[in-house]
Design a protein around this ligand. Structure first.
Ligand code: GDP
Length: 137
């Protein structure tokens, strides 16, 4: 399965503005199959752990605050070349290109609507952070 899945999150800004359905529709229409999905909310400790790689950066604390500010939708998506294709679909962290999900739905670098894994290894780690093994069969 490695190489064929990515972990995705619809972040609190996009969920709060009612974009969940439109974003899911985009994922599906671009050929991603939903393997697992959960509507949930992160506590501070979970957000800190999820973004631990950024600890110490100036945007870390505001990022944790943002990610705990409301519910998220966590997803495992399946497609050939999932990590790279998903990141192309969502666009860059800052100044996302026209036609990308972030260009359409993000309002700033921080409030940028969606998360996506940056490697196959992190896709596995992030999927395992949110979902039990039996939910990923
Ligand atoms: P991603 O892989 O595109 O989500 O980007 P990163 O893993 O580098 O950063 C994680 C998240 O932190 C991003 O999605 C943004 O929500 C936020 N972030 C990253 N860089 C910055 C920054 O320079 N400024 C601010 N305000 N937020 C940032």
């Amino acid at each position: 399965m490695a190489g064929n899945i990515t972990f995705s999150m619809i972040k609190p800004d996009a969920v709060g503005k009612g974009y969940t359905g439109k974003i899911l529709d985009r994922f599906i229409s671009e050929g991603f199959k939903i393997k697992a999905m959960r509507y949930t909310r992160l506590c501070k400790c979970e957000a800190e752990t999820f973004y631990a790689v950024h600890k110490g950066k100036d945007f870390y604390e505001p990022l944790v605050e943002f990610m705990t500010s409301g519910p998220v939708v966590a997803l495992v998506l399946e497609k050939e070349n999932a990590v790279a294709d998903y990141r192309t679909m969502i666009g860059a962290t800052s100044n996302p290109a026209e036609g990308t999900v972030r260009h359409q739905f993000a309002e700033s670098t921080r409030l940028n609507a969606v998360h996506g894994s940056d490697s196959d290894e992190n896709a596995q780690i992030e999927a395992g952070f949110f979902f039990a093994q039996r939910e990923l069969l």
